[in-house]
Design a protein around this ligand. Structure first.
Ligand SMILES: [Zn+2]
Length: 306
């Protein structure tokens, strides 16, 4: 009798123990799954793009935050005299040193164009409010930067041209959208310094523009559909290359011009230059640097060479 009771008690205890173990296992499994989910959602970084100016994830966030909506932040006008007044602290360090701590060290770009390198050939370079124009075309690349406070938002003319292009491409069964448009100096700084911290400046320079040197800050550049190399050769990429000049855009970093533009081939990155110029550049098989007779190299950027 008491034996039976004992056995029953033991069995009950055993069952309780098993149940507790099962619960423990379930809780543990659940916690593990949650950790994995959080890891994949936030920390799992599978970026492999080498887009000149950006990191896809950041771009996508930026797109949602700032693209298309900032057109009212346009600067007053560009007709003022050249910005000769603000040079106070020329950067004296080498490029690598000066960007190794980008967050502190990139503050003063107002002095950037004091000695903007002249183009070769018969081209006219003007620096207006810290912005460089060659033959009236704004140039932003590794040599020429934009002032930190230049925050125009996406250019409305470029945006309208894109909308027309996207609408027309739809008729050809092609779907184009802006993956990344305008990007502020500050956003670019975050992207670049993140890369620089992670991989060092040499690697960062391959995949990201230094703050002030991203064409996206001009409001005239856009990444179409993606910033990933799977885009290459898609019908969208082919359509874009064949037709974008008709709407005033050029493929800004063409294949084969890497040593001139300073960037890898990017079939998705287009720059608005107006229809006439775009058609001329495209038909001659040039990149913008060749067309304007300028360099794209941080070694010539005034803020990096003092
Ligand atoms: Zn881009």
């Amino acid at each position: 009798m008491s034996n039976n009771t004992n056995r029953a008690r033991q069995t009950k205890a055993q069952r309780r123990h098993d149940t507790a173990q099962a619960y423990g296992f379930m809780v543990g499994l659940f916690a593990f799954l949650m950790v994995m989910a959080v890891y994949f959602m936030f920390f799992h970084n599978s970026d492999k793009d080498s887009e000149a100016a950006e990191l896809p994830k950041v771009i996508n966030y930026n797109t949602q935050k700032v693209d298309l909506s900032d057109a009212d932040a346009r600067p007053a006008d560009n007709s003022a005299v050249n910005d000769e007044s603000s040079q106070d602290e020329p950067a004296s360090s080498t490029p690598d040193e000066s960007v190794s701590d980008t967050s502190e060290n990139t503050a003063d770009t107002s002095a950037a164009h004091e000695s903007a390198p002249d183009p070769t050939g018969d081209h006219k370079l003007e620096v207006i409010n810290g912005i460089t124009y060659v033959d009236g075309i704004m140039i932003v690349n590794k040599t020429y930067s934009l002032p930190q406070n230049y925050a125009p938002g996406l250019d409305p003319v470029a945006e309208a041209a894109f909308n027309q292009m996207a609408s027309d491409s739809w008729g050809d069964g092609v779907s184009l959208f802006i993956c990344s448009g305008y990007r502020s100096y500050q956003d670019q700084e975050k992207v670049y310094s993140g890369y620089a911290r992670e991989r060092g400046t040499a690697e960062a320079d391959k995949v990201s523009s230094r703050p002030g040197h991203s064409e996206h800050q001009s409001g005239l550049a856009m990444d179409i559909n993606t910033t990933d190399y799977w885009f290459t050769g898609t019908k969208e990429a082919i359509w874009l290359e064949e037709h974008c000049a008709d709407y005033g855009f050029i493929i800004r970093f063409p294949e084969g011009k890497e040593s001139v533009t300073g960037y890898e081939y990017e079939p998705w990155h287009i720059r608005y230059v107006g229809v006439d110029v775009a058609k001329e550049i495209t038909s001659k098989g040039l990149c913008l640097e060749e067309y304007l007779g300028v360099t794209s190299d941080y070694r010539y950027a005034p803020e990096y060479n003092g």
